[in-house]
Design a protein around this ligand. Structure first.
Ligand code: NI
Length: 164
């Protein structure tokens, strides 16, 4: 595995639409391993999308840590096929340092994707997991949380926020 550089807001690549992955091969698995390592190396990262490391492919990695089920989700071509309800969450992003924001997200989502072996999977998620899936899938379409936030806050050094 290798650490990759995280692209930050102002980098035009973050605003581009990522392409679907046609074959889940070793190169894609290497990308996901690198994304995972890069996310873990960054403060409080719980999710990361491929464009954040400069790769315009529809790949995301999520590890909710203590708030999750212990599984690291490495997802290819994820699509939200159903969503229900609303919740507001204070979000941060590894690509948008120094700020957080309140974003309205679905309370529950159903996502279809391929896993790291190219097998189709369906995930039912709610609460933080639903927020994180929605945030990461937005990255694949060039959308950042600051585009959707109802209010933006400068980071207070004394608070710890999860970064996605
Ligand atoms: Ni993000």
């Amino acid at each position: 595995m290798a650490l990759r550089q995280i692209r930050e807001v102002g980098d035009n690549l973050l605003r581009k639409k990522s392409r679907p992955v046609e074959v889940v091969d070793d190169k894609i698995r290497q990308l996901m391993d690198d994304m995972y390592e890069t996310m873990k190396n960054a403060d409080d990262g719980i999710g990361i999308a491929a464009p954040q490391v400069g790769v315009l492919k529809r790949v995301i990695v999520i590890d909710l840590g203590e708030e999750g089920d212990g599984h690291v989700y490495k997802l290819v071509n994820p699509v939200i096929i159903k969503q229900k309800g609303e919740q507001v969450c204070r979000e941060g992003c590894l690509s948008v340092p120094g700020v957080t924001g309140d974003v309205i997200r679905p309370k529950e989502v159903v996502v279809e994707a391929l896993d790291e072996n190219g097998k189709p999977i369906k995930i039912k998620a709610k609460d933080l997991f639903a927020i994180c899936l929605s945030h990461e899938i937005d990255h694949l379409d060039g959308v950042l949380f600051i585009d959707k936030a109802t209010e933006i806050f400068e980071d207070d050094e004394n608070t710890e926020e999860e970064k996605k």
